[in-house]
Design a protein. Structure first.
Length: 340
């Protein structure tokens, strides 16, 4: 299994027999800026990581043979039509591309730590303080283990050890893994991922003339549909509103609760000021008429939602209610790096 951020695919279930791989990657270089193409067949599996300019790295497992770098890239691009691969493409945040592209070449730095002498929660705090980049492989006795990915000291998600490879960005995943390790005991292996650019740098063919058909980072950010962002924020706030309204211990209406939190945040996010009404939420719909960039707006709303849920002991319930929301807005959640 290749460890890649398999959330909502940009495209899936393509058959390599009908696809020009180089042109496929060229298209998504302009569309996404950074991502990974995953290839799966009964006897082979491969991944090709790309940025705006190049295929930066590749890995291929074929009948117990392992290839990486230029060798893997050439074998996949040139032989895909003969191997009948099923192809999926996934978005990756550009600044984290080399994390995922170098993950298979990670090096173990702490091996066979046991819960008898090492507390997983304390280990995570230590790695966060060290601004560590890599992952913790958690093996839990008689229960499901998993992986925790850490990027420059920040836990960016986890993946259960069930072979599915799905990335779970929620805080609940981390807490559940910590709790299982306490309850059942386990072993921890810590591996470091280097963020150096891989040696492989294969220009996708055919070569472009200038910047034709290619979007720069600014225009790519603009491609994040503002209507979709509002739908996402509206859905997030509606999920919070639902769990708040169902809790009889909370006095007052949801609108008042939300506006109080917005007032608390005005010094940090002035566009949340309820009196200015640049950002408004009502009946499951969000609207924004201000000039703040989308990233800051999303961060502000997500922060408010998290703090309201935590302060009323509703975070776990909210996270469970967000499963459908996560699937529907997986691309936007990845693009804005929302962790809830």
């Amino acid at each position: 299994m290749f460890l890649i951020p398999r959330e909502k695919p940009v495209v899936e279930n393509l058959n390599s027999y009908y696809v020009d791989i180089a042109r496929l990657i060229e298209h998504y270089q302009g569309e996404l800026g950074a991502g990974v193409v995953h290839f799966q067949s009964p006897v082979s599996e491969a991944v090709l990581f790309f940025d705006e300019q190049s295929i930066v790295n590749g890995f291929l497992d074929h009948r117990r043979q392992h290839f990486h770098g230029t060798d893997a890239v050439e074998r996949v691009v040139e032989g895909a039509g003969r191997n009948n691969f099923t192809i999926s493409v996934y978005r990756i945040l550009p600044e984290r591309l080399y994390f995922w592209a170098n993950l298979p070449k990670s090096k173990v730095v702490y091996a066979d730590l046991t819960s008898e002498f090492t507390n997983l929660e304390g280990l995570i705090r230590k790695l966060e303080a060290e601004k560590f980049t890599g992952y913790i492989d958690v093996e839990v006795k008689n229960a499901q283990g998993g992986l925790l990915f850490i990027y420059k000291g920040e836990v960016i998600g986890g993946s259960s050890a069930d072979g599915a490879g799905n990335l779970d960005r929620s805080e609940q995943y981390r807490q559940d893994l910590i709790q299982r390790s306490k309850e059942y005991g386990g072993n921890f292996n810590v591996s470091r991922v280097m963020l150096d650019e891989p040696v492989t740098a294969k220009k996708s063919a055919p070569e472009r003339a200038g910047n034709s058909g290619k979007a720069d980072s600014g225009s790519r950010e603009a491609k994040i549909d503002s209507a979709r962002v509002m739908e996402m924020l509206g859905g997030l706030l509606y999920a919070l509103e639902s769990v708040v309204r169902s809790n009889r211990k909370i006095r007052g209406d949801f609108e008042t609760l939300l506006n109080r939190k917005f007032v608390e945040k005005v010094d940090k996010y002035e566009f949340l000021d309820p009196f200015a009404a640049e950002f408004r939420y009502a009946e499951g719909k969000a609207q924004f008429t201000g000039s703040a960039d989308q990233k800051k707006l999303v961060a502000a709303v997500a922060e408010c939602v998290t703090e309201i849920a935590e302060s009323h002991g509703l975070l776990v319930r909210l996270q469970k209610n967000l499963e459908v929301w996560r699937r529907e807005f997986a691309d936007e959640i990845s693009a804005f790096d929302i962790r809830l």
